[in-house]
Ligand binder design. Structure first.
Ligand code: ATP
Length: 267
C-alpha cells in the first residue's frame, strides 16, 4: 500500500497542499485529476519522495518513506516525472536500461526488448533520445519505468506517472493504458496524473479529484465520476454517459458558445 496521511506542503508560507490523505492500493490504477495549478504534480512529487512534506507522513508498504535508502526505494516504486531532461547523448536503449541500474540482474536483454516492442520503441533503440519526438520520448521513459519493476517480487510495488501519455496519439494512449491494466495484476499499484477524462473514466479504478491543494472527492470511478463533481471540479459543464451498447463511458464537454446559447435560451 502507498499511503499519504495528513500531507501538508507550503512554498514560502503559501500552502500548496492542504491536509491530504490518500491511499494507492496494489492491483489498482488510481488517477489524480483536477484543474491546472490544483497541486497534482506537487502531491505527486511528495509521494515519490522528490519533495518532503512539511507535515504528514508518506509510507510504502507500511514503512515511512524516509526510512528507505534510495536504492531500496527504487525497488518499491518507479517514477516518471512530467518532464525528463537528459543532458548526455544517450541512445533510447541506454535510457531504458537506466531502469535496471539498481538491480542489473533483475531483467534480461530479451525482457527489455519485449517492453520496448510493446511500447513500439524497439525500432528507435539506437537513436539519440534527445532527437526523438515528444510521444516517442514518453514511450522510452515509460519503458525505463517498467523495466525497473519488471522482475516479479513478493511485495507490492508502485508505478508513479505524471501525465505519461500527454504527447501520445489516441491509439498509443489506449495501448499504454491497456498495458497498465495488465501490469497492475502483478501486484503493482499505479498512480497517474491525467488530464484526459475519457481515459480516466475507462481505465482508472480509483479517482482523486484535486482542487486548490485539497482532495475535493476521492473514490471508485463509478461513485465519484459524476457530472456534478466534474462541473464543480473544473467550473465547466462536463457530461458522463454510458455508451449505448455498454462499451464504456463517454465524457464530453460542449463549446462555450453552445453553453452560452443554452443559458440565454433558459433566461
Ligand atoms: N517551486 C514553486 N514555487 C512557487 N510556486 C510553485 C512551485 N511549484 C508549484 N508552485 C505552485 O503550486 C501550485 C500547484 O502547482 P502544481 O504544479 O502542483 O499544479 P498541477 O495541478 O500539477 O498543475 P498542471 O495541471 O498545470 O500541471 C501552482 O499554483 C504553482 O504555481
Amino acid at each position: 500500500m502507498l499511503q499519504g496521511r495528513n500531507i501538508h506542503f507550503c512554498i514560502s508560507e503559501r500552502p500548496i497542499i492542504g491536509e491530504v490523505n490518500i491511499v494507492v492500493a496494489p492491483g489498482e490504477l488510481t488517477a489524480i485529476i483536477g484543474p491546472n495549478g490544483a497541486g497534482k504534480s506537487t502531491l505527486f512529487k511528495l509521494l515519490s519522495g522528490d519533495l518532503t512534506c512539511n507535515r504528514g507522513e508518506i509510507s510504502y508498504n507500511g514503512k515511512h518513506i524516509a526510512g528507505f535508502k534510495s536504492n531500496q526505494l527504487a525497488k518499491v516504486r518507479a517514477v516518471m516525472p512530467q518532464h525528463s531532461e537528459v543532458s548526455f547523448p544517450f541512445s533510447s536503449w541506454e535510457i531504458v536500461a537506466l531502469g535496471m541500474i539498481n538491480d542489473p540482474a533483475a531483467i534480461s536483454d530479451r525482457d527489455i526488448q519485449a517492453v520496448m516492442e510493446k511500447l513500439q520503441v524497439w525500432h528507435l533503440r539506437a537513436q539519440a533520445y534527445n532527437m526523438l519526438s515528444g510521444g516517442e520520448k514518453q514511450r522510452v521513459q515509460l519503458a525505463r519505468v517498467l523495466v525497473q519493476v519488471w522482475k516479479k517480487q513478493a511485495f507490492p510495488r508502485f508505478i508513479l506517472l505524471d501525465e505519461p501519455v500527454s504527447s501520445m496519439d489516441v491509439a498509443l494512449q489506449h495501448l499504454v493504458l491497456d498495458f497498465m491494466n495488465e501490469l497492475k495484476q502483478r501486484n503493482i499499484g499505479i498512480l497517474m496524473v491525467l488530464h484526459d477524462l475519457s481515459l480516466v473514466a475507462n481505465y482508472a479504478d480509483q479517482v482523486i479529484m484535486m482542487k486548490q491543494g485539497e482532495v475535493m472527492a476521492n473514490g471508485h470511478v463509478s461513485e465519484v465520476f459524476t457530472n456534478q463533481n466534474l462541473e464543480s471540479l473544473y467550473g465547466y459543464p462536463i457530461h458522463v454517459e454510458k455508451h449505448h451498447q455498454g462499451l464504456g463511458l463517454l465524457v464530453h464537454s460542449l463549446p462555450i458558445h453552445h453553453i452560452n446559447q443554452r443559458i440565454n435560451k433558459a433566461l
